[in-house]
Design a protein around this ligand. Sequence first.
Ligand SMILES: [Cu+2]
Length: 64
Amino acid sequence: MPLSLTVPNLACSACVETVTKAIQAVDATAQVAADPKTKAVTVATEASEADIKQAIAAAGYTVA
Ligand SMILES: [Cu+2]
């Protein structure tokens, strides 16, 4: 089941790209759908939610 996260400081498409790369550094096969308008980030991954959240935080974004 995909993870549904909210990232309030996801502001634009560059943020989406940064967050996507950070997630894919943890799991190269992860499917990431992120929308800067709704701040919703959906991640289909084998990695744990904790690891994904940590990767997003390490990239400088906050997970609500
Ligand atoms: Cu941005």
